[in-house]
Design a protein. Structure first.
Length: 255
């Protein structure tokens, strides 16, 4: 399975003490090559695939009410080999986030309560800083009981999640995320005359997770070119050297 870091990024949470898939445990160096593809962990490739799980009634789950932990919830093992017991469900839509269509349809919306609340609170934080923007597009979490999902080496144990990058037009106005490829200059490789990365909002999302009281982020999987743009923005905004160093340690790209 290839990793696709230029359309979304993946966050890995909590006590992931063993190696990542393919043995990668270190951040990439600045000289590592950029994968010029569609999406990390290939979640967008399944947008129109056949559905093998029923979709639940989600009508009562579209508010900002933060879900509580299930007493029996447990994340067992690792994101790429583990299981999830009685996972907590992310509402498929809310004031500040929306699940991508295939994730919603397949109901791959389950994680630990910490992860689910962390996603919702981070999305809210971005909206508070940039209130006129589009919602955060959330990709795959896990099945309620964890285990393998299609086209992914991860998402087994309810401790990782994919996000589409926040996107803007060239004037900086927030636009819906459509899983564009992005180059090292931040422009869409699909429509460079129209769209670019919304660097301020993507940085705010990362910052919100770093400071989250709900989750402890271990890895943020982003291509080196986009990492550079995010960290340059953080420096220009006067973010502390400590915060930038923490972000740089977390951002990596597996083999």
């Amino acid at each position: 399975m290839r990793f696709y870091p230029q359309a979304v990024f993946l966050l890995l949470f909590e006590s992931l003490t063993d190696s990542l898939p393919h043995g990668r445990t270190r951040p990439v160096t600045k000289g590592d090559g950029v994968v010029n593809s569609l999406i990390i962990i290939a979640c967008a490739l399944s947008l129109f695939s056949a559905v093998d799980e029923p979709r639940e009634d989600n009508s009562s789950l579209s508010t900002m009410t933060l879900p509580a932990d299930n007493a029996s919830t447990a994340s067992i093992g690792h994101p790429y080999t583990g299981k999830l017991r009685d996972g907590v469900r992310l509402p498929p839509s809310g004031p500040y986030h929306v699940a991508q269509r295939s994730t919603h349809y397949r109901n791959w919306l389950f994680g630990t309560g910490y992860l689910v609340r962390g996603i919702m609170l981070a999305a809210k934080s971005v909206a508070e800083v940039a209130p006129a923007g589009e919602p955060l597009v959330v990709g795959n979490l896990s099945r309620k009981s964890g285990g393998n999902i299609k086209l992914s080496v991860s998402h087994n144990s309810g401790r990782d999640v994919d996000f589409a990058f926040y996107t803007a037009d060239l004037s900086g106005r927030s636009v819906p995320s459509e899983y564009h490829h992005f180059g090292n200059d931040g422009l869409s490789l699909d429509a460079p005359s129209k769209y670019k990365l919304d660097i301020p909002r993507n940085w705010q999302l990362i910052k919100s997770f770093i400071y989250s009281s709900e989750v402890e982020v271990q890895w943020i999987i982003v291509s080196p070119g986009i990492e550079k743009l995010l960290l340059q923005h953080a420096a220009k905004q006067g973010e502390s050297k400590e915060l930038i160093a923490r972000a740089e340690r977390m951002i990596m790209l597996p083999d």
